[in-house]
Design a protein around this ligand. Structure first.
Ligand SMILES: C[S@@+](CC[C@H](N)C(=O)[O-])C[C@H]1O[C@@H](n2cnc3c(N)ncnc32)[C@H](O)[C@@H]1O
Length: 382
């Protein structure tokens, strides 16, 4: 086997890398010529000491995604072992008879940097973080099949390559049925990271009304209705998502009489509901990332404040507001302040009851805060 090419650190990142940070930014290394995207490489310090081993990407800000601190002798064996280990951790907390849609591999945190692998019943959907990842994991479908154990894998699809070509698969999430479009759906089909939070809300929903803002295919509403909510309203700007939400209700045999499906802008919906004096016992707000980059942070702050101010006005006295943010640029502390301040602006008071993140199949490396993106604050609005 040819020796991997060496990239030399320009900055002293050896400590961070030894602590397990999985990325080496392009600005931090000198790159020799002639390296191919996806090639195994060695990262060394200026004195030539080998610090980390990973694969190379010739595009984007990340030059190397780190695989190990020791040389990688057998790439395929390493990947198989990590795929199996990641699946074992999911099997330890998921009952596959009740839930067969989950994240098998959460990239960096599962030591398989540059990929996200989601299971939707017998379809496995992969997202590659660029061409370097696609080249390094070139035989991933075969490795996935070889590591699947008792999982039935009918198909392994490349999410980006299929964009626009849909395929419907029926999945279970904690016993509820969802029809998922694995080719065209957002985030690969379902927002799997909110699974536990949907359960938490459902546990509070019996005998209550629920408003699901940015509701996508109805996840929060559907679980609440199954748990005995008296009424649910699902709002999303995407018509196909709202149509899918209605179909999901039908598929689960839920009465449509007490379920509203609204294909419209959340802010416009809230302004109208406030003008009518409408309130719900539970309001869930799960917007798309308002801060996709650091530059958009101040605009994002304004949007979150406005959203929380409007949402608080439609929560019944002492009712619940569940506010989420999926932007990694907004810190946990900052987001909580934005929930509290938004509710204050509505002349109400927010009392936090729980503050969670993504489901356990989306683990986080403490040295890699970039991976800690989802925030979910649930509290009373007094
Ligand atoms: C993070 S997803 C919500 C996931 C959902 N809570 C679930 O559990 O499946 C955000 C959703 O917001 C919708 N959306 C984006 N902008 C919107 C707007 N201005 N008004 C209403 N919906 C919007 C998107 O179509 C998307 O479905």
């Amino acid at each position: 086997m040819p020796r991997p090419l060496v990239l030399t650190l320009r900055k002293d990142l050896s400590r961070t890398l030894r602590q397990g940070h999985p990325w080496v930014f392009r600005e931090a290394v000198t790159e020799p010529r002639g390296m191919a995207a996806g090639a195994l490489v060695t990262v060394a310090d200026r004195r030539g000491r080998e610090i980390a081993f990973g694969y190379y990407d010739d595009a984007g800000p990340i030059a190397v995604r780190v695989l190990a601190l020791a040389p990688v002798a057998d790439r395929a064996a390493l990947l198989r072992e990590r795929l199996r280990a990641a699946l074992a951790t999911r099997r330890a907390h998921l009952d596959l008879t009740m839930t067969n849609a989950f994240r098998w591999v959460h990239g960096e945190a599962d030591r398989l940097p540059g990929i996200h692998v989601d299971v939707y019943a017998d379809v496995v959907s992969v997202r590659y973080d660029g061409e370097g990842s696609r080249a390094f994991y070139r035989d991933l479908p075969a490795l996935i099949r070889a590591s699947a154990g008792e999982l039935t894998v009918r198909k392994v699809i490349d999410r980006e390559a299929r964009a626009g070509r849909g395929e419907e698969v029926e999945v279970r999430e904690n016993g509820a049925l969802f029809i998922v479009d694995v080719g065209r759906g957002q985030k690969g089909g379902l927002f799997l990271d909110q699974r536990e939070n949907r359960q938490t809300v459902a546990q509070r929903a019996a005998g209550k009304s629920l408003l699901n803002l940015f509701g996508y295919t109805g996840g929060f509403s559907l679980h609440a209705a199954r748990a005995g909510a008296t009424r649910t309203d699902t709002v999303d700007i995407a018509r196909p998502a709202i149509a899918a939400a209605r179909r999901n209700f039908e598929r689960n045999g839920l009465a449509l009489g007490q379920a509203g499906f609204h294909a419209e802008d959340v802010f416009a919906f809230l302004e109208k509901a406030i003008a009518r004096g409408q309130v719900w016992d539970i309001v869930v707000s799960d917007p798309p990332s308002f801060a996709p980059s650091k530059n958009s942070l101040s605009a994002a702050r304004r949007s979150y404040l406005r959203l929380h101010r409007l949402a608080a006005q439609v929560v019944s006295r002492g009712g619940l507001l569940a506010a989420a943010s999926c932007s990694s640029h907004v810190t946990r502390g900052e987001f909580l302040t934005m929930v509290k301040t938004g509710v204050d602006l509505a002349g109400r008071r927010f009392v936090l009851e729980s503050y969670t993140g993504a489901s356990p199949d989306h683990p986080i490396l403490p040295v890699f805060p970039e991976g800690d993106y989802l925030k979910f604050a649930l509290g009373r609005v007094e």
